[in-house]
Design a protein around this ligand. Structure first.
Ligand SMILES: [Zn+2]
Length: 355
């Protein structure tokens, strides 16, 4: 009965024609949390393209996913790329060098997917190019990507509304006026039922809710869009918000906006919050309650400077919170059910075995 993880391992041997075929989980029995891994089978926040410098080839990433049991991946570009002649690999190493949105990474991801057979892993291409501060051309660029790769893109993001870490590299946060002008592309996303993952810092350690109004403006203007809030608004600039304040704020906006989802990717969340027992004990009941609207991810950026060990560690670190979830939340988050439902995939996560 408990052969679901064995199926994961065996999936590497399944020969499929195309990168999208994944063996079904439906009849694979129940998932035994006492003997099977707590790491998530979904990586909804994965950047195949580094900020600069060479990346890790998709074929090699396919091996990483098979070895770690990750079976569903959103392929993000990087919303901002460094100039091609820049020696920088990470934008914070080169303050002053402009990082600007571009469709280049999205095209390269689509090319890679078309040319690579990643057996046993379901890949979802994402449009990462939009410059939310200058939304005028977004709908046209969506159409250009669609005509080049018909029916291939099913997600948008991560796109940056307010990312304080980028402000030293010429990135502009979107103004309230710009958010109003998102409507042509937001209408199109809604028409297609395509989720959008938005990175919008909640605030910083000096003023933890400083930028909340930006996300609330988006949610109020576009209540029917499926919006995923990257990292629950947390970041390296916000490592000390009182968990009670954070959770109360999230509860309020989640209750007001039923199409809002939370992305709990990025090891900053574990390192600065969940790894501390008294803090974790506040977040776990919140995740248990809202688990159908919470999706996991690593926020791994596939720079060639990294290898399997780094990916495996980031997956492990970002998955540790799963150990503390109740069975329903574990199935929703770690086993992928909330992600499948959000994307409209027919897949069903296995039930968790009764203790
Ligand atoms: Zn990211």
């Amino acid at each position: 009965m408990r052969r679901w993880r064995a199926l994961c391992a065996a999936s590497a041997m399944v020969v499929v024609s195309g990168a999208w075929a994944v063996p079904s989980l439906a009849d694979a029995g129940c998932f035994d949390r006492t003997t099977q891994p707590y790491t998530s089978v979904v990586d909804s926040h994965f950047h195949l393209r580094p900020f600069g410098g060479p990346g890790i080839p998709l074929t090699e990433m396919g091996e990483y996913w098979r070895q770690t049991g990750v079976r569903y991946v959103n392929l993000y570009g990087i919303g901002q790329i460094l100039p091609v002649d820049s020696p920088c690999i990470y934008y914070l190493d080169c303050l002053g060098t402009p990082v600007l949105p571009s469709p280049k990474n999205d095209v390269e991801n689509a090319q890679d997917v078309a040319q690579t057979n990643v057996d046993g892993v379901h890949l979802t291409l994402s449009m990462t190019f939009p410059d939310l501060a200058n939304p005028g051309g977004i709908l046209d660029q969506m159409r250009q990507l669609d005509s080049a790769y018909p029916g291939k893109f099913h997600w948008m993001g991560e796109v940056n509304l307010m990312k304080q870490a980028l402000l030293g590299n010429g990135a502009q946060p979107a103004t309230l006026g710009a958010i109003v002008s998102w409507s042509p592309f937001m209408d199109e996303l809604r028409r297609r039922d395509m989720p959008i993952n938005i990175h919008s810092d909640l605030g910083n350690d000096a003023d933890p809710l400083k930028f909340l109004y930006l996300m609330e403006t988006v949610l109020t203007l576009y209540p029917e869009n499926k919006i995923v809030w990257a990292h629950m608004g947390l970041s390296n600039e916000l490592k000390t918000i009182d968990p009670a304040l954070h959770i109360a704020t999230l509860r309020r906006v989640m209750d007001q906006h039923p199409n809002l989802y939370l992305d709990i990717s990025w090891r900053v969340l574990e390192d600065s919050y969940f790894s501390r027992g008294p803090v974790r004990e506040q977040y776990v009941p919140f995740f248990d309650q809202y688990s159908s609207r919470v999706i996991p991810g690593t926020d791994f950026v596939a720079s060639r400077k990294k290898d399997f060990a780094v990916y495996a560690e980031e997956l492990d670190v970002t998955s540790r919170i799963n150990k503390y979830l109740n069975d329903k939340a574990f199935r929703d988050i770690a086993l992928g059910q909330s992600y499948f439902d959000l994307l409209g995939l027919p897949e069903q996560a296995p039930p968790v075995c009764a203790a």
